[in-house]
Design a protein around this ligand. Structure first.
Ligand SMILES: *Cc1c(COP(=O)(O)O)cnc(C)c1O
Length: 358
């Protein structure tokens, strides 16, 4: 066994909702800990699954995900050859680490950020260098990233908006930073939450792909598209990098139902827009609430908010008792809550207000 594996802590996946309920004796449980779409899934996805010809279950799926590839390529405006699909971004992150990292390579990432970047770097025996976010705003400390660059630096992870801080870096800031990164260092831009950005009309950085041959942009169907269960994510990059990725990708990674579901989800942009609009309104409600109650939080452009609470674990327990699960354990005394429906928000904010007075 690789010696580095012994030191690695397992990623703990979300416990199934039914298990949590029976373990805690809860009648209902609303999960706001995994940034899933609280408005469910487009009904068009179910229809597409039901319309699938159940005649090819004995056959391997389309290993090139041709239909989905065409649809995504057209939607984001890149050539189909520049796309690599994975069983969620989880698999894309695994593939990237597997291909590009060797023992003692260095990986730069922000702290806190999505834990899988560090996990897979460690599995490959690479050295993870965590650069704390700017404490006041939660934004990336890009100056510090630049000062940590060495000739061992292989990968730089940028999550935008960042999970769990929710903070957003605008295109100009990213460009200034990316322009200073040497061509032999790979920049991974994780845009899992980019659809939720409403601050300006910049949208995805994919439009800039041509200008950065060492850039990959990662997107997923698990969040605003509401099909986390089907496991579909993808990355866009230049063709040379895409070829490396294709050579290690498992040939039939996406099953047919996942491909069908993702096509249907992509086609229903009305569902996406409505989800984003509802999230934006409720995000404002949360920001107003936190401001009014002098609870420190970071400005979010995602479908979750990260906030500081002196006894965070006790507050999370109180919410859980009331049937709401939120995310703890990402940073000491900080909690991350997925932005849910307005009605759940009203109940949650009432519970927190009352708890505040105790
Ligand atoms: C949820 C999430 C992912 C993983 O998404 P999947 O496609 O479901 O594997 C990737 N990156 C970030 C930042 C996430 O929050």
């Amino acid at each position: 066994m690789k010696s580095q594996i012994k030191k690695i802590e397992n990623y703990v996946p979300e416990e199934p909702i039914e298990n949590v309920k029976s373990r805690l004796g809860l009648k209902k449980l609303i999960r706001l800990s995994a940034n899933e779409n609280p408005f469910g899934t487009s009904p068009k996805v179910k229809q597409a699954i039901l319309n699938w010809s159940f005649s090819e279950e004995n056959r391997y799926p389309d290993g090139y995900a041709s239909n989905l590839r065409q649809s995504v390529a057209q939607y984001i405006g890149v050539a189909p050859e520049k796309l690599v699909f994975g069983v969620g971004l989880d698999e894309i992150i695994t593939m990237i680490s597997r291909i590009f990292l060797e023992k003692d390579d260095e990986v730069l990432l922000s702290k806190p950020t999505f834990s899988e970047y560090a996990l897979h770097a460690s599995i490959e025996g690479a050295k993870v260098i965590e650069i704390p976010c700017i404490p006041e705003t939660g934004n990336y400390n890009f100056a510090e990233f630049l000062s940590q660059l060495t000739d061992k630096t292989k990968l730089i992870w940028v999550c935008n908006p960042n999970n769990p801080t929710g903070t957003y870096e605008d295109r100009t800031t990213l460009k200034h930073f990316f322009d200073k990164i040497p061509a032999n260092v790979l920049i991974l831009l994780d845009e899992a939450y980019i659809d939720y950005v409403t601050k300006d009309d910049e949208g995805s950085f994919i439009a800039e792909l041509e200008n950065y041959p060492n850039l990959m942009v990662l997107r997923t169907f698990s969040k605003v598209y509401g099909i986390a269960n089907y496991r579909v994510g993808y990355a866009a990059m230049n063709e040379k990098l895409a070829n490396y990725m294709q050579s290690v990708r498992l040939p039939y990674n996406l099953n047919s139902l996942a491909q069908v579901a993702a096509c249907a989800a992509l086609a229903d942009q009305k569902f996406v827009t409505e989800s984003v609009n509802k999230t934006e309104l409720e995000r404002k409600n949360w920001e107003n609430f936190f401001s009014k109650n002098k609870i420190k939080y970071y400005n979010s452009q995602a479908n979750f908010i990260f906030f500081y609470y002196p006894n965070a674990n006790e507050l999370a327990d109180e919410l859980l008792k009331n049937g709401y699960q939120i995310r703890r354990g990402l940073l000491n005394n900080w909690l991350r809550i997925t932005i849910g429906t307005v009605s759940d928000g009203l109940v949650l904010r009432k519970i927190i207000s009352e708890y505040n007075l105790k």
